[in-house]
Each structure stands twice: as structure tokens, then as C-alpha cells.
Design a protein around this ligand. Structure first.
Ligand code: HAM
Length: 427
């Protein structure tokens, strides 16, 4: 087939009708969990001032340096297509004075995000993500609850073999000292680092720990570990998180190389993977952590925060491999309504309304005239019943009910048909 001239931009994709069921399923699960845990939904603009990501996500991160789509407006503002949700939520928390509400403030979101990454397994340039943020709470139990929420969503989607990887990356008390130790170790190995990590050594040395390059990974294995250099407060916090995680029986493993690619984290960071070769290839299904400095960084008051986001496309990619989602229900029509002639078509509009009010899903092809063509479609849909409304029936206020399995036909009064079908479908 000749390739069409106009296609979706690289790394972006259409979500076709047959794929919507995956998104709906994930949306419904994330919404139910949000309702259960009392998160209020927030929708922030897809475009934000680029500066909130430069300041929030971090100037030296890959997301800001390489992946952020920016544009200059006619008025001269520098805006960015949001690469992630957290800074926008924090901006909204400050802008709408949510610090004066009873704390914590719990917010959740679901929508598209944009990162100009090299398209590969699990990496899209436009992807959908859901997230939960708890602002204004210091207690380490919140970190565990955020992990539990993220884990439970994946569990509800029937993921098996999930593993939570967790680490603490300290705070402004202990991290600077650890950074010094790390840099002095890495400097001795500088010539062996990949080109990217040579640059990171100056700007963002912690990220060298989770570089995917084999040589860098070997070097990371000998590096000093943050968990051995936490200050007392961070040590206590991490211990509490791990102990409460033990209570939940969520499987987790300590990963001292987990630092995450966003600058705002303090203390707890985590990612959830499907622990299979395909799962590892696709990458983290969800990730998050504590970000106690971000509100202040965006010119709000000091506020303790913790949150996480999950990647919808990555989840769907795995569901598709597993064929788990094939069983997700879409509304399946059990009844097809065929009509012949203008009068019958007009009557159909009203009849459809009555079916809708009574919650009986019904299929039709109003544009088609031939009965044969309509019955062929009914057959293809695999419906149990076909209703036939011709000119004569419309005048006499009746309709023909055909049982598709047996071919048996009954004539029923139009004003009784909805009730009759409801009764039959219940059986
Ligand atoms: P993140 O790990 O950068 O965290 O992204 C969250 C999730 O989005 C990832 O775990 C992954 O499933 C998905 N994801 C990321 N990049 C892509 C991509 N290019 N294509 C497809 N899926 C992708 C955050 O964004 C933080 N805001 C999470 C957070 C919330 N931390 C605290 N609160």
C-alpha cells in the first residue's frame, strides 16, 4: 500500500476506536481509586510557562535540556508543552492559594504529556499519564500510600510479577556531601564513562548511577551509595517507609542506583516495573517520590509533598502483549434496528431515544436503505435480535422482532417493544 503523505508526527499516535477500551479501562480504574482516596481531579493547561519546568523539573535534566517542546508566543512568552504533570499541579496549588485549605491537598490528573525522546519501546513523544499528588503532608506513611495506590492500579489491571524499586536520595542536608563523595569517585573513572555521563559528571552526577550504558553501570556498582550517607532525619524517614511497606506486603527491592530523571526529589524515590524481559524493555510503568522543595522553588511556601505518575501507553503495550485487555467489555449490542423508508427512519430516531432512556444498547445503520445490507451488518455484529421497521409497520405502529438464532419473527406493538426487549435481554 502506498504510504499516505500526511502521517502523525514521529513518536505520536492516533488512538483508534478499537483502542479506546484500554484507555477507558485505565481511566475508570484511576478515577475510582482517586474517588476512594478522596483525591480531587485537576486539569492544568497543556501549555505552561517553560520556566516552571526549568525551575521545577530541573535545568540540567534530560527532560528540560533535550526533550521539552517549547514555543515562543506572538506576545513573546516562552511556553512549553508540559513534559510532566507535577510542576503544573504545584503551580496551580500556589496560584489558587490551596496552602490555606485544610492540608494535605490531594489532587489527581489524567491527560497527555510531551517529550521529544528517541521513539523506541515504551517511549513516545506524546503519551498519556495519570498522577496523584499529596501536598502538605510530611508523614512517611504518605510515601507508602502513594506507592500502594500506584501498585494497586497495576494490580487491578491484572499485572502479575510487579516489583517496586525504591531508594532514598536524601535531602539538602545530606545530599551535597554525598554528591562530593560520588564525584570524587567518578572522577577517578571519568575516562571510562560514556560521553553523556562525562557531561553529567559536571551537571547531574547522580544520574550516572542509573545510566543504561554497560560500562557506566559497572562503575556505578563500585560507587558510594546514598543510603549509607543519609542524615538522621532521612534515615528515619526511609526506615518508616520501608517498615510500613512491609505491612502492605507489596513486593519491593532496594535499588541504590535509582535516582530518577527529575531534579525535585527529596528522600523517597520509587519506580514500578513488570519484572519480565518485555516489562524491563518497556521501562517503569509508574514512578514517583517525595518532593519537599518544589513548592518553595516555584515561589510558594515550604510544603511537604509526595506523588507518582503512571504511563498509560506503556501499560497498554504490556496489556496488548498479554492479551489481558481482550476481555475488557465494550458496550456490545444485542439488538439491531433495521428500517425501510423515510417514515420508518424518522420513527427510528424517536425509538432510539426510548431505548437509550431505558439503557438498552442498540445498533443501527440509519444511512442504509436496503434491508439485505442491513441484515448483513446485523449478522456481522452477532446480535441476538433484529428489529425490522418498514413503511407498513410504521403506519400500523408495530415492529417485527426477529430472533437471529432461529429466524422466528413476531410482530409487536411499537409502544411495547422496549419493554419486551428489556424482558428478553434480562433472560
Ligand atoms: P516520570 O517517571 O518521568 O515521572 O513519568 C511517569 C511515567 O510516565 C513513567 O513511569 C512512564 O510510565 C511514563 N512515561 C515517561 N516518559 C514516557 C514516554 N516518553 N513515553 C511513554 N511513557 C512515558 C513523572 O513524570 C513525575 N511527574 C512523577 C511524579 C509525580 N513524581 C511525583 N509526583
Amino acid at each position: 500500500m502506498k504510504r499516505p503523505k500526511f502521517q502523525t508526527p514521529l513518536g505520536m499516535h492516533d488512538i483508534l476506536p478499537r483502542e479506546q477500551k484500554y484507555f477507558e479501562k485505565i481511566y475508570n480504574i484511576t478515577k475510582n481509586i482517586a474517588d476512594f482516596y478522596n483525591f480531587g481531579k485537576i486539569s492544568t493547561p497543556i501549555l505552561e510557562q517553560a520556566e516552571i519546568f526549568e525551575k521545577g523539573t530541573g535545568e540540567s535534566t534530560d527532560i528540560v535540556q533535550k526533550e521539552m517542546y517549547t514555543l515562543r508566543t506572538k506576545g513573546g512568552d516562552l511556553l512549553a508543552l508540559r513534559p510532566e504533570g507535577t510542576p503544573g499541579v504545584v503551580r496551580a496549588y500556589i496560584e489558587h492559594g490551596m496552602a490555606s485549605l485544610p492540608q494535605p491537598v490531594k489532587l489527581w490528573y489524567f491527560g497527555p504529556f510531551f517529550r521529544h525522546e528517541r521513539p523506541q519501546a515504551g517511549r513516545y513523544r506524546e503519551f498519556n499519564s495519570f498522577g496523584y499528588e499529596i501536598l502538605g503532608e510530611q508523614n512517611p506513611i504518605i510515601d507508602t500510600q502513594i506507592i500502594q495506590i500506584s501498585y494497586n492500579i497495576l494490580k487491578e489491571l491484572k499485572f502479575k510479577n510487579l516489583i517496586v524499586e525504591i531508594n532514598s536520595i536524601g535531602d539538602s542536608q545530606c545530599r551535597p556531601y554525598y554528591k562530593k563523595l560520588l564525584v570524587s569517585y567518578l572522577k577517578r573513572k571519568e575516562s571510562l564513562l560514556c560521553q553523556n555521563c562525562k557531561k553529567r559528571l559536571k551537571q547531574n552526577p547522580l544520574r550516572i548511577l542509573d545510566c543504561k550504558n554497560e560500562a557506566c553501570q559497572k562503575i556505578a556498582q563500585g560507587a558510594p551509595q546514598m543510603v549509607d550517607h543519609l542524615c538522621d532525619e532521612c534515615k528515619y524517614h526511609f526506615k518508616e517507609v520501608l517498615e510500613s511497606l512491609d505491612e502492605t506486603e507489596i513486593p519491593y527491592s532496594l535499588n541504590p542506583y535509582l535516582v530518577r530523571g527529575l531534579d525535585y526529589y527529596t528522600k523517597t524515590v520509587f519506580e514500578i516495573y513488570e519484572d519480565t524481559p518485555e516489562g524491563r524493555k518497556i521501562g517503569a510503568l509508574a514512578g514517583g517520590g517525595r518532593y519537599d522543595n518544589l513548592v518553595k522553588l516555584l515561589r510558594g511556601r515550604d510544603t511537604f509533598c509526595c506523588g507518582a505518575s503512571g504511563g498509560v501507553e506503556r501499560i497498554i503495550d504490556i496489556l496488548k502483549i498479554r492479551k489481558t485487555a481482550d476481555s475488557y467489555k465494550t458496550i456490545s449490542n444485542k439488538v439491531f434496528l433495521a428500517q425501510l423508508g423515510t417514515m420508518a427512519k424518522r420513527r427510528t430516531l424517536k425509538l432510539m431515544d426510548e431505548f437509550k432512556k431505558q439503557g438498552v444498547p442498540i445498533a443501527e445503520t440509519l444511512g442504509k436503505n436496503s434491508l439485505k445490507a442491513q441484515l448483513r451488518i446485523a449478522d456481522r455484529l452477532g446480535v441476538d435480535y433484529t428489529l425490522i421497521l418498514g413503511q407498513k409497520e410504521a403506519i400500523e405502529e408495530v415492529i417485527i422482532l426477529r430472533e437471529m438464532k432461529t429466524g422466528k419473527q413476531t410482530t409487536i406493538k411499537l409502544n411495547k417493544i422496549v419493554k419486551e426487549l428489556k424482558k428478553r435481554l434480562k433472560k
